[in-house]
Write a protein that binds this ligand. Structure first.
Ligand code: MG
Length: 257
């Protein structure tokens, strides 16, 4: 199975494979090593992983599992409910999620992330797979109190560090999508455990719906919604989202300094 990573440039790790962003390198993981497109290698533990993708936008689907919509007292949507997280909210595997001072209620939302592979506009659900590069793991961290208070979701979903993604992304050829399960743990205790087949709107329908109103660019990230079991987390907790076949995305929660 191939896994693609982005990692920080470091003088102590002499490999060169620039991403389009300064100070960012990219490579594939093989046998515990990062292999750059030029064939240079470094040990995985030598490198500091960055968010697995560098999207121009993070498109999210709200209430895409019926049981999750109900657990928050919301109606089950009749068409995809779309919102955005800003790229400034991106966060790497292992990096802290910062609990904002102005929120009292922080929630995890484990989700499958879709990595867009080709520019997409007005595409049909049936051809959506052609536009997908692969899949990853997203934690759609949410300040639930601010989300409710504001009515719209930009602030509650958009703080810096609120979009952990990774640790890597896996090409679609290596993923049996319908067999995936989202398992979220807080301090090792299972809070969410559900198959992705519980999605109301599948990836094809989501891509058709989104590309009808905006152009999706290669590298864009789509968070496909969270299953039931959302709940709070606090400073000092460690949250992990495991999707067998994709990996484990783990982040500590820290208080804002
Ligand atoms: Mg979500």
């Amino acid at each position: 199975m191939t896994r693609y990573v982005r990692f920080a440039q470091d003088p102590a790790v002499p490999v060169t494979a620039p991403d389009s962003h300064p100070g960012v390198l990219r490579g594939a993981l093989r046998d515990g090593r990062v292999v750059t497109p030029g064939g240079e290698t470094a040990l995985l533990e030598q490198v500091r992983l960055l968010p697995a993708v560098a999207p121009s936008k993070i498109v999210c689907v709200g209430r895409n599992y019926a049981e999750h919509a109900k657990e928050l007292g919301n109606a089950v949507p009749t068409e995809p409910l779309i919102f955005l997280k800003p790229p400034s909210s991106l966060n790497a595997h292992g990096a802290p999620v910062v609990f904002p001072k102005i929120s009292q209620l922080l929630s995890y939302e484990g989700e499958v992330g879709v990595v867009v592979g080709r520019r997409a506009r007005h595409i049909r659900a049936a051809e959506a797979t052609d536009y997908v590069a692969g899949y990853t793991i997203v934690n759609d961290v949410t300040a639930r109190d601010l989300q409710k208070k504001d009515g719209q979701w930009t602030r509650g979903k958009g703080f810096d560090t609120f979009c952990p993604v990774g640790p890597w992304w896996v090409p679609k050829e290596d993923v049996e999508f319908d067999s995936l399960r989202v398992v979220t743990r807080v301090n090792g205790e299972v809070r969410q455990d559900a198959p992705v087949t519980g999605m109301i709107f599948n990836v094809g329908v989501i891509l058709q719906f989104v590309s009808e109103f905006m152009t999706l660019e290669p590298g864009d990230l789509i968070a496909t919604g969270t299953p039931p079991g959302v709940g709070s987390m606090g400073a000092g907790d460690t949250v992990s989202v495991e999707i067998r076949g994709l990996g484990v995305l783990e982040n500590p929660v820290v208080a804002a300094s």
